[in-house]
Design a protein around this ligand. Structure first.
Ligand code: TMP
Ligand code: ASP
Length: 237
């Protein structure tokens, strides 16, 4: 499948048309941003890792009944995916306090929750992706009640399955962000990516951060952390 014109360039990926109007090619970049694009940098090799990792994880989720946009990995950085229209919601599941949760509620990172929390943000960079509840999403007609119920069910299932996979790699899945899309017939599928850009991954023993927080917080060892989680995953899967 050949790339045609570029349709969209995001912070971490480019999206190209193909000869099939229902199929797109995503190309993963090494560019990294944080704080709504305020902080910019490069994580060398990130595009290759995120492409491969996201595909491995989505293939695994498909096997367990979660529909995804994945069609086929084309090369190191590029994957053929189903064309979707993105539901403009950032769907966040948390198992342990960290990041904006810890900040918003004034608690330390590392509190293990009795049950996962499910949270939505409005995917809108101009507004800084504000937190929203289901009623707000319905009021703005971002999704139907049925879609929201399905998205919640899928997200919590993804959490359960991904926690299992990562635990077997000696990694704790702290939290993550998903995006869903609609196929032309309205079917909701998991889209975007699942990677150290979009998940918090801590070493299960040492609690060392093995994800994009190393970039966000200038901790160093960013590339090594991405390589570390990728190698643990490939050794396991
Ligand atoms: P948060 O604690 O900053 O709200 O982040 C929650 C999770 O969502 C974390 O795993 C990182 C991920 N995330 C993204 O994928 N994109 C974003 O723009 C933000 C803010 C967080
Ligand atoms: N990618 C996001 C941005 O630049 C934020 C993040 O992942 O922290 O806005």
């Amino acid at each position: 499948m050949e790339k045609k014109e570029m349709l969209y360039e995001g912070k971490a990926k480019k999206v190209y048309a193909t000869e099939d109007p229902q199929q797109l090619i995503v190309s993963y970049k090494d560019d990294a941003t944080a704080f709504n694009g305020l902080k910019k940098g490069t994580i060398t090799g990130k595009g290759v890792i995120n492409n491969r990792m996201s595909n491995l994880l989505m293939a695994r989720l498909e096997k367990d009944g979660i529909p995804t946009h994945l069609i086929k990995e084309l090369n190191d950085r590029e994957t053929l995916v189903k064309k979707v229209s993105i539901v403009p919601l950032e769907v966040i599941v948390r198992n342990i306090s960290a990041g904006s949760f810890a900040k918003r509620y004034g608690v330390e990172e590392g509190i293990v929750f009795d049950q996962p929390t499910f949270e939505l943000s409005y995917k809108n960079d101009d507004l800084g992706d504000p937190l929203m509840n289901d009623d707000h999403a319905l009021a703005l007609k971002l999704a139907t009640p049925e879609e929201l119920a399905l998205i919640r069910r899928y997200a919590l299932t993804v959490d359960k399955l991904m926690q299992e996979v990562w635990a077997e790699c000696g990694v704790t899945l702290v939290d993550f962000k998903l995006e869903f899309g609609r196929l032309d017939d309205g079917t909701i599928v998991l889209a975007d990516e699942i990677s150290p850009d979009t998940c918090r991954l801590w070493d299960s023993e040492t609690h060392e951060k093995l994800d994009k927080d190393r970039f966000r917080r200038d901790m160093g060892g960013v590339e090594a952390a991405y390589e570390q989680v990728m190698s643990r995953l490939t050794q396991h899967l």
